[in-house]
Design a protein around this ligand. Structure first.
Ligand code: PRX
Length: 651
């Protein structure tokens, strides 16, 4: 854990401002009470949260049934997520919220739409009826491959209304990646759009769906949202326009009464093997976790305009653009495009114009803004902001300080939230009205979450030594499995120690028991806050006819946190050079998507391997990072390989 040293020197402490604490949803007193209860009896704590923050059609009989590693929360309880996100805000004493903005959306070209709770409810009911009309039954999967448009949130909520688990595939993934995910989930319907706007130009999505469906026999219907208006081929009998289907749809649709453990969604994420894992989340526990954490950590108030910049295609978007925010009856802001169009101040200009009060983004974005220069945020009035958040990767103390100073004007608390696709919701975080913050630390586990640091044997590691982050008790938002693969679920998360969840992150605690997360310790890279498996990229590269072998590692990058470096051995007779590098990059884009494209490609005659044939990634990582003194090489099969790689020209 080489970074521990530098982080240990971080001694700045920021106390919550009195004015903030006074008005906070969770002040020092409530937080202390909840922490005590959560430590002593997490089940009772979560049961209390489930009662207070979620509406149930029928109460549960048992809070937790734990047959490691399989958990069931709120056993026997009945509820509906779309009911919690919509109906309950427009009925009875809350009826006034019918005309409050649920979603404020802005397209990249500058067009915008506001959907009130009443309107969103209507659209969701209509689309739920469209899905029923297409033959989608409770339990059947629907794949969503869409840009950041309101229809994506509408489609998600419509799925939850009828109990059809959704599987959202980020619009940046390729047709190949989409096909794999459609097939793995066995999706019957795909919802997409003609395209969206990015960097000032329209891009297409529908052709990728057509290509993906070529090898996906499970798909009966494709629904297409018209966003760009570009020419789009429609396949007769399979494809239909969203707006045409919606025209005739009824706005009456009763929310299905679903079991607390009914599957809510599948979201694919990278692991250490080549194939992505379908992370399964269910209804009652997930909703309790995201609703409670959103209310406590973002301090959501009736008057807030909350903006999380994540794409809904990632877990952050699922939990904290849509479900956790709408379940609290808050206003969520959604933006379609890139932060730098038409100018480097687009984000700040929108915060000013829409008077955004809470802003949640990723360190990679913050580092980009630092590089673009302070003059861009400084040109705009950011005084509406009252709370800032960070997620996706460790935030370096300097980026934290910049965020605090330039964006927060030293007034706004910063919540650095650690969690994962698998955890469903935030796990380690400050509470803005109650917990002192330190730049670069996620501070403490959320009440009811039991986190610690262990060594390989499962022994607690004393501060300030580094070790492996571990979650020792089940929690409501935890993944319920890997879709169709219970064995992989057990092996990946529950085999390091007995009945303890292993997130694959390294961490250490300081003297005040604050957590400092150091990042992944497995063969998964964190690129701009997104997880990409080295194996996935390797298999994409070797699928090219000119490549014999490839090894992929991450190296530190100032902006994206980690950058992908690929060591590639061409087949004999193939010229190594920029033409091949180009082909390799195109291959990765085709197989996975542009996010997985190697930043650097190095060609080599052979890869360093152990006697048993394992690629020595540690060495490659060091070479990629440009470190001298390569360490222990006694198990290297071919020493000459090493020298050659180091000499090899960077492409
Ligand atoms: O390594 C941790 C890092 O992101 C991983 C989870 O990635 P993903 O499932 O894509 O979810 C990202 C958004 C929740 C973790 O294993 N990570 C996430 N948040 C933080 C973080 N590392 C340090 N600090 C964080 N706040």
């Amino acid at each position: 854990m080489p970074d521990i040293e530098s982080l240990l020197k971080e001694t700045r402490v920021f106390k919550p401002a009195k004015e903030f604490s006074r008005q906070a949803n969770w002040n020092k007193k409530t937080t202390a009470e909840y922490r005590k209860l959560g430590d002593k009896n997490p089940e009772r704590f979560w049961a209390k949260m489930a009662k207070e923050n979620v509406s149930w059609f029928a109460p549960w009989k048992k809070t937790l049934q734990w047959k490691p590693p399989f958990a069931k929360w709120f056993v026997g309880g009945k509820l509906n997520v779309s009911y919690n996100c919509l109906d309950r805000h427009i009925e009875g004493e809350n009826a006034w919220r019918r005309n409050k903005a649920a979603i404020i959306w802005e397209g990249e070209p500058g067009d915008s739409r506001t959907l009130t709770y009443g309107e969103l409810h209507r659209e969701v009911c209509k689309f739920a009826n469209v899905l029923k009309g297409l033959g989608v039954k409770k339990g059947e999967r629907v794949a969503l491959y869409m840009p950041m448009v309101p229809e994506l949130a509408i489609a998600m909520l419509a799925c939850t209304r009828i109990g059809a688990p959704h599987s959202i595939v980020f619009g940046g993934f390729s047709a190949e990646a989409l096909r794999d995910r459609i097939n793995d989930a066995g999706a019957k319907v795909v919802i997409t759009s003609d395209g969206g706007f990015r960097r000032g130009a329209p891009f297409e999505l529908k052709p990728a769906v057509d290509e993906a469906c070529e090898g996906a026999d499970c798909v009966d219907h494709v629904v297409v949202v018209k966003r760009t208006g570009e020419e789009t081929a429609m396949k007769a009998g399979r494809d239909q326009w969203w707006h045409e289907l919606m025209e005739g749809a009824s706005a009456n649709c009763k929310p299905a009464r679903l079991d607390a453990e009914h599957p809510l969604f599948i979201l694919y994420t990278s692991g250490t093997t080549g194939s992505p894992k379908g992370i399964l989340h269910t209804t009652g526990g997930y909703l309790t976790h995201v609703t409670t954490t959103a209310k406590a950590i973002f301090d959501l108030k009736e008057t807030d305009t909350y903006w999380c910049t994540a794409d809904i295609g990632w877990i952050t978007g699922h939990s904290y653009v849509v479900y956790g925010i709408l379940a609290n009856g808050a206003t969520t802001f959604m933006y379609e495009g890139v932060p730098t169009h038409p100018g480097p101040d687009r984000f700040w200009e929108m915060i000013d114009r829409w008077k955004v009060t809470i802003f949640y983004t990723a360190p990679t974005a913050i580092r980009t803004f630092i590089r673009l220069g302070d003059e861009h945020p400084k040109r705009h009035d950011l005084s509406s902001l009252r709370l800032l958040g960070s997620v996706g990767e460790p935030i370096n103390p300097e980026a934290w300080m910049w965020y605090h100073r330039v964006i927060g004007n030293k007034r706004c608390p910063i919540v650095d939230t650690w969690w994962q696709t698998e955890t469903g919701g935030i796990m380690i975080t400050p509470l803005p009205g109650a917990v002192d913050t330190k730049p670069g630390s996620g501070t403490l586990a959320f009440p009811g979450i039991h986190a610690t640091i262990l060594d390989e044997e499962g022994k607690e590691v004393a501060a300030p030594n580094g070790g492996l982050l571990a979650i020792t008790r089940p929690w409501p938002g935890m993944l319920r499995g890997i879709w169709g693969d219970p064995k992989r679920y057990r092996e990946t998360y529950w085999s390091k120690w007995k009945d303890i969840y292993f997130p694959s992150d390294g961490a250490h605690k300081d003297k005040s028991s604050y957590f400092w997360i150091m990042g992944r310790i497995d063969d998964v890279m964190n690129i701009s806050g997104h997880r990409i498996g080295t194996m996935e990229v390797e298999s994409a590269i070797v699928s090219h006819a000119d490549v014999a072998e490839a090894a992929v590692v991450g190296r530190p990058d100032e902006i994206t946190g980690t950058a992908i470096v690929a060591f590639v051995t061409p087949k004999s007779g193939v010229d190594a050079g920029s033409a091949l590098a180009d082909k390799v990059r195109k291959q990765v884009t085709r197989e996975i998507g542009a996010i997985a494209k190697p930043k650097e490609i190095r060609f080599t005659d052979a890869l360093p391997k152990t006697r048993s044939g394992k690629i020595m990634r540690r060495l490659l990582r060091d070479i990629a990072a440009g470190k001298e003194g390569i360490g222990d090489t006694s198990t290297l099969e071919d020493f000459s390989v090493l020298a050659k790689i180091r000499e090899s020209d960077e492409d």
